[in-house]
Design a protein. Structure first.
Length: 610
């Protein structure tokens, strides 16, 4: 069954075409990721499908009414002062409104005796029972448990939750409604690894249909069953996850490149033939004079010339576009030579924000030449704080942060507050020594700022554009230690991959905080794990750390199973040693208990072998 069908959609924004010729179908059970560059209108497309904005052309046919759609809002209205439980319940508007009226009547009845209020309460209570109100409240609590939100948080205001906790509460709200189709816009933003793992598992088990936008390639690989590539000129659906999409795009590129080269060779041959026939015709026409035979022969060359020109016109009309002509980021990061072993040393550092809990206690860390350190841990563990201590943006309460005299740090802050908002992009470059206007414009073109975009005020840029400006400043720094806090947060996937290429080629040291697991897996050769209680160093990659954690989890589970089998064997031995009961019913019960214990032991042993 088709859930939704879009036909020839077009949307303009401020007089410019955002996208056009967009057509696709989403079938029941699919998990479709909308993929494309920043600015192609992915969020606008989702809002149009939800009926929140109008398309300028085309049609949307919904086989499932909008009332049965679920939408993960970035900033839910009316949620601020509600408790978490009330926020989850409010997703079912009619039942929640009925519940509020019942609570209001209860409050009024406690203050005054009134037969009228009692009658109203009885009538509303009957309606609430008919709509399964109490079962619905129980379901809301079960959903909060399923999303692993601590019951101690249920009575707290929704606005007081962390970003990851808010996302879990929003999913619980969706689950209570049980929509058959959910639409998610960047559901992974600012989630820690634990919440990401939970979300991926939940989506894979979700029985309904999902349409979502995400720039997290690892998330796309683990959840998407199809990828819809959105461009300004249209779109195309690709089966499979992101890696499948990338392989198919590479094959398309290779085929298109081969066809382009073949057409270019054919075009060169046609041009050469046209040049020769033109030359032959001119020579034959001049030599023919008034000789009819020679004039007739010259006309044959004219026919051949016209045929070749017509063939060239057809070739140019049907000519394939040269692959990857679209502008892409070109970036190279140069480092300053560094001969010593250690660039930065943190010794016995303690730090706490004023009036807050202590973030670090007796922290000691080194960053050495060749290190690519990924700082990982849950939100709130102090990852950004550690980077700010390294760069001198924060001063430790005790202990020292020591830099080698040759160390030159380039810092990328996730808030991008190190940029001068009042400058234009071009002016920020012209302040550099020996920078000329022509060189600055060339460099800006490499960073996708062409034409009048160079004169944009930095404060007016999108977050993705500000990210590119921040990397532009790192480009000229000659730093030998880059400290990067969420450097790819606001970048589309294509630009992220270009940044990755530049960082892989960079020969200096790196300290990196990121939720982009693709980036971490490619970059890191050392890990610093913050868990809120202590800081641990791991001398290996993210994949090696994940493998170690899986082995540890397996060992713990293996030990738990061994203990449980031992307890069952002891209990079975005790039952077998009991004297045979006199009553038949008691004998039957004993045999049933023995059989049950043996069955449990067999299941555990099989699970242990697997």
């Amino acid at each position: 069954m088709l859930i939704v069908k879009a036909t020839d959609l077009r949307k303009e924004w401020d007089g410019s075409v955002l996208f056009e010729n967009v057509s696709f179908e989403i079938a029941e059970g699919q998990r479709v990721a909308v993929f494309g560059r920043n600015g192609t209108g992915k969020t606008t497309l989702l809002k149009g499908l939800l009926g929140q904005t109008a398309f300028d052309h085309g049609s949307v046919h919904r086989n499932l009414p909008l009332e049965e759609w679920g939408w993960l809002e970035q900033h839910p209205e009316g949620a601020r002062e509600r408790t978490v439980l009330d926020f989850v319940l409010s997703g079912s508007e009619s039942r929640y409104a009925l519940k509020l009226r019942l609570e209001d009547l209860q409050r009024r009845m406690s203050q005054e005796e009134s037969a009228e209020l009692l009658d109203q309460y009885g009538e509303l209570h009957e309606r609430y029972m008919q709509q399964g109100g109490y079962d619905w409240e129980l379901q809301a609590e079960k959903c909060l448990q399923r999303v692993r939100l601590d019951p101690a948080l249920w009575t707290r205001p929704f606005h007081g939750l962390s970003g990851g906790q808010k996302t879990r509460a929003q999913f619980a709200r969706l689950m209570v409604r049980e929509p058959k189709f959910i639409v998610l816009d960047e559901p992974t933003n600012h989630l820690d690894e634990e919440t990401l793992d939970w979300l991926e598992q939940w989506l894979r088990q979700y029985a309904g249909t999902v349409l979502f936008v995400s720039h997290d390639r690892y998330f796309l690989d683990r959840t998407a069953t199809a990828v819809y590539e959105l461009t300004g000129q249209g779109g195309r659906m690709y089966p499979g996850c992101y890696s499948d999409y990338r392989r198919q795009k590479d094959l398309e590129w290779q085929s298109q490149e081969a066809l382009y080269k073949k057409q270019e060779q054919a075009r060169e041959k046609l041009l050469e033939s046209i040049r020769r026939y033109q030359q032959w015709f001119n020579q034959a026409h001049q030599a023919a004079g008034q000789n009819d035979f020679l004039r007739s022969k010259a006309k044959k060359n004219v026919s051949r010339l016209k045929a070749k020109e017509a063939a060239l016109e057809r070739l140019d009309r049907d000519r394939v576009r040269k692959p990857r002509e679209e502008g892409s980021l070109h970036m190279q990061l140069k480092d300053r030579p560094f001969a010593a072993e250690t660039l930065l040393r943190i010794e016995e550092v303690c730090f706490a924000y004023e009036g807050g809990r202590q973030i670090f206690h007796s922290l000691s860390v080194n960053v050495n030449r060749g290190d690519r350190v990924a700082v990982i841990g849950p939100n709130g563990a102090g990852k950004s704080t550690l980077l700010r201590l390294m760069t001198g943006s924060l001063t430790p309460d005790s202990g020292e942060v020591k830099l080698h005299p040759q160390t030159k740090i380039g810092y990328f802050a996730q808030e991008l507050d190190q940029l001068n908002r009042e400058e234009t992009i071009l002016d920020s470059l012209l302040r550099l020594p020996d920078m000329t206007q022509s060189h600055a414009r060339t460099i800006l073109g490499c960073f996708l700022f062409s034409g009048d975009e160079a004169f944009k005020r930095i404060g007016d840029l999108s977050m993705g554009e500000k990210c590119r400006v921040a990397f532009l400043h790192l480009y000229f720094g000659g730093f030998n230690l880059l400290v990067l806090d969420e450097p790819t947060n606001y970048l589309d996937i294509e630009t992220r991959e270009k940044v990755e290429e530049a960082l892989l080629e960079y020969r200096g040291a790196l300290v990196l905080v990121s939720h982009d697991r693709y980036l971490l897996r490619k970059m890191a050769n050392r890990l610093l794990i913050l868990d809120g209680a202590e800081t641990k160093a791991f001398p290996g990659t993210c994949d090696e750390y994940a493998a170690k954690r899986r082995d540890a989890a397996y060992s713990a589970e293996h030990q738990r199973q061994e203990n449980e089998i031992g307890q069952l064997e002891l209990k079975l031995a005790q039952l077998m040693a009991e004297p045979e009961p006199e009553l038949e019913a008691d004998r039957q019960q004993l045999m049933a208990d023995i059989k049950r214990l043996r069955s449990l032991m067999m299941s555990l042993k099989q699970a242990k072998q697997e």
